[in-house]
Design a protein around this ligand. Structure first.
Ligand code: HEM
Ligand code: HEM
Length: 166
């Protein structure tokens, strides 16, 4: 065990985690505006002012996520993260590490492929964004939330606490 590691996530790390979770959920659940813009552009080569406005919301929220992830990596580097609780079996500890790494990667890859599609008209990036990465992100988030619930109710660890009240 690393004796220098903190017992909880710092306040800034916690705030950034939950703001990110909110913004990611928003873009995953309410992407219709961006999809409508995309369909209009493909069919007619132009979009109405309303379609552009709602597509921009998706784009700006996605760019905000990218900035928050960068900030988060800096905070992680500066403050470190608490060690996994001893109640958690080694294989799940590895699973959690992998899930966190994948979440970071996907939260970087999603905005970049989105930017490629939206601002540079790259269809391949759009396909990756909307068909492949989106599905992967959903899977990892469901596993992540399931993991948090298993911690709370089955292993009864303090993991959820250190990402909430600290
Ligand atoms: C929807 C989007 C979400 C994303 C993208 C996300 C992302 C992440 C990432 C990347 C970490 C790793 C932090 C680090 O070690 O630097 C983390 C930690 C954590 N998340 Fe989430 N999260 C989301 C939602 C949730 C929800 C809904 C819950 C609770 C039910 C939750 C509970 C936790 C907990 C407890 C930790 C700390 C794990 C530990 O102590 O090792 N997350 N999250
Ligand atoms: C983590 C951040 C993001 C998430 C979670 C996200 C999520 C989504 C989702 C769920 C869709 C609908 C896919 C479908 O079922 O058809 C979508 C489509 C799209 N998003 Fe994002 N997005 C993010 C960031 C961005 C950014 C930053 C941009 C642009 C600046 C962007 C541009 C687009 C475009 C152009 C489409 C339509 C792509 C196509 O269908 O070919 N996204 N996004």
């Amino acid at each position: 065990m690393d004796s220098d590691s903190p017992v909880s996530f710092s306040l800034s790390q916690r705030v950034v985690h939950w703001v990110t979770a909110l913004l990611v959920s928003f873009n995953l659940l309410f992407s219709d505006g961006m999809e409508q813009w995309n369909r209009a552009m493909r069919r007619t080569g132009s979009a109405t002012a309303d379609q552009i406005a709602s597509a921009n919301i998706h784009a700006y929220v996605g760019i905000a996520i990218l900035i928050l992830v960068a900030l988060r990596l800096v905070l992680r580097f500066k403050s470190g993260v608490p060690v996994a609780p001893p109640e958690e079996p080694a294989i799940f500890r590895l699973g959690a590490k992998l899930a966190h790494a994948l979440l970071y990667l996907l939260l970087i890859a999603m905005p970049f492929t989105g930017i490629g599609a939206y601002y540079f008209g790259n269809g391949a990036a759009g396909g990756l964004h909307a068909d492949v990465l989106k599905v992967l992100l959903w899977i990892v988030i469901v596993a992540h939330v399931f993991g948090a619930l298993v911690h709370q109710f089955y292993w009864k660890t303090d993991v959820l606490r250190r990402m909430t009240v600290g």
